[in-house]
Design a protein around this ligand. Structure first.
Ligand SMILES: O=P(O)(O)OP(=O)(O)OP(=O)(O)OC[C@H]1O[C@@H](n2cnc3c(O)ncnc32)[C@H](O)[C@@H]1O
Ligand SMILES: [Mg+2]
Length: 194
């Protein structure tokens, strides 16, 4: 089976890439599958594009093969777009999903239903050694719940209610999430280019 390397150390993302690429008859390997010691790429960019490029290009250069990276996050309108590119470390350096969710819910405590609109954003960067990096963006519109519900998925899934749904993303099956997610929308734009 054709293989593609995804420059991520996030277990939740890695699982979704495996599922989504398997449907295309490909095997997605993440940095969690690779024995070779690879550095943690510092995400110093201020846009999803910059961070996705940093991750993809660093690993592509080291391995000398094409590499895909995903930079993603939750953009909340009532918080002027926060946590955005800082989604993973919103409540601190240790990337604690529970603490991140708690912080968002507290910040939105006085924001009424109807003003809690948000979207998940995923930017994929494909770096090929010595070539220009390509970008593909996917989004998933929705709103922020008043409390956490569900245990599927990862990250902010327990508080994100996709448009036209009453359940949170964490209450959807992985097949349901994969049919509407920002990640699957971004991958569908690749059109066989990886
Ligand atoms: O950089 P890598 O190694 O890929 O892993 P990461 O977790 O640091 O990933 P990002 O820098 O792209 O940060 C994205 C954060 O946004 C959140 N996020 C992204 N996609 C999500 C999804 O499908 N469901 C829930 N939360 C998501 C989640 O908190 C992630 O940690
Ligand atoms: Mg990261």
């Amino acid at each position: 089976m054709k293989k593609i390397i995804i420059a991520t150390k996030n277990q939740g993302k890695a699982k979704e890439f495996k599922e989504l690429y398997l449907k295309k008859g490909m095997e997605a390997l993440s940095l969690l599958d690779i024995v070779q010691e690879l550095p943690d790429v510092e995400e110093t960019g201020v846009t999803f594009e910059e961070n996705a490029a940093l991750k993809a290009e660093t690993i592509a250069e080291l391995l000398q093969i094409p590499v895909l990276a995903d930079d993603s996050g939750l953009v909340i309108d009532a918080l002027d777009g926060r946590p955005g590119v800082y989604s993973a470390r919103y409540a601190g350096e240790d990337k604690d999903d529970k603490a991140n969710i708690k912080k968002v819910l507290e910040e939105l405590i006085d924001v009424p239903e109807g003003k809690r609109t948000a979207r998940f954003v995923c930017v994929l960067a494909i770096a090929r050694p010595g070539e220009k990096t390509d970008f593909y963006k996917g989004t998933c519109e929705g709103s922020i719940a008043f409390e956490e519900r569900g245990s599927n998925g990862f990250g902010y899934d327990p508080i994100f209610i996709p448009e036209n749904e009453t359940r949170t993303m964490a209450e959807l099956s992985s097949e349901e999430k994969n049919s509407i997610s920002h990640r699957s929308n971004a991958i569908s734009k690749l059109q066989g280019r990886v």
